[in-house]
Design a protein. Sequence first.
Lengths: 171, 189
Amino acid sequence: MNVDFIPSVAIACALAACALLPVLLLALSHGALKVAAPGRRFIIAAVFAWGAWLAVLPVTSPDVVDLVTSVLLLATATLAGFTLWTLVAWGFTVSMLLALSRANEPLSVDEWALEYTRGKPIDAFARDRLGVLFKLGLAETHGDAVVMTPIRGRAMASCAGMLRNLFGLRT
Amino acid sequence: MNGLLIGLSCFTAHMVVTLVWLRIRRGPWLVARHAASALGTHIVGVIVLASAGESFAYWPVAAVSGFGAVCWLFAFSAVYKSVSLRILSELAHTPGHTLPFTSLTKDYVRPEFEARVKILVKMACAAEVAEGYVATDAGNATARRIGKIQRACGITSSGLYDDCERSEFLVEEHTPVAHGSPELSSRVP
């Protein structure tokens, strides 16, 4: 086999920056450095990880392949980290299990929903998830109705529909 | 450059394998199929090409196939589990693309909650009893593990986006449909 497993200096620096991301996340989760909002905390950790890599980039003088490889490695770590982070912080099924376990007694579906939202009606959950659509400009409110926006909303709905078909998911 | 192309070939093989495998009804969890396919096509691709006498650096291969696999899984997860995209899809299929908020809650969000209840029961993390649902021993053990991870990560929220961000951002309240935090714009629904 003629496979070179030893990374160049530039790629090694990118791998180190990838490893720095979870370390920074943990550092920003406790003590004096704590950033309260989990979403903002992840963004700050990612910015610092990318910044650290950019800071040493001129010293490593990478060629094009090393540069592309480094960017892709960091992007992979950021995206994978973001996926795991959202799962831990906002995961729907995960949070439901935590709520049921926390209750430590039998709950009806309605009681379970109340425990999940910490005492708010299930409307609060609906509002919470709709908030994402509003912020991304995919839907808006007209009085007490929710309306899909004609351009961005329709484009995203079409895109999601195509992806569902591509992955063979039933609608 | 050779490594980047080999990585692209591994990712292409991964896409083909998942598109076929996801259509087979029986088998492991869908996300597990993604992971197994990504790892399998990567390892097989590297071994086959190395055995064929190709000379290449490993890390460009890992970077391209890894990045492709994560993006592919990200797209899949967005349409597979996202409640927000499910709501958008319902709006898209409704005449006028409009639904009353109460109808969205009653007909789509509550059923989504009930669907997740079924998933937890199927995973043996929850069990149905006469008075409702309880966490099983396995469910409690899983919850304790997740709780430890959350504590390590300094997360104490309920799982609602607004609750998580409330400490830093003002959130409109008592409106028919409250808006989320400004930070949500950076998230996939």
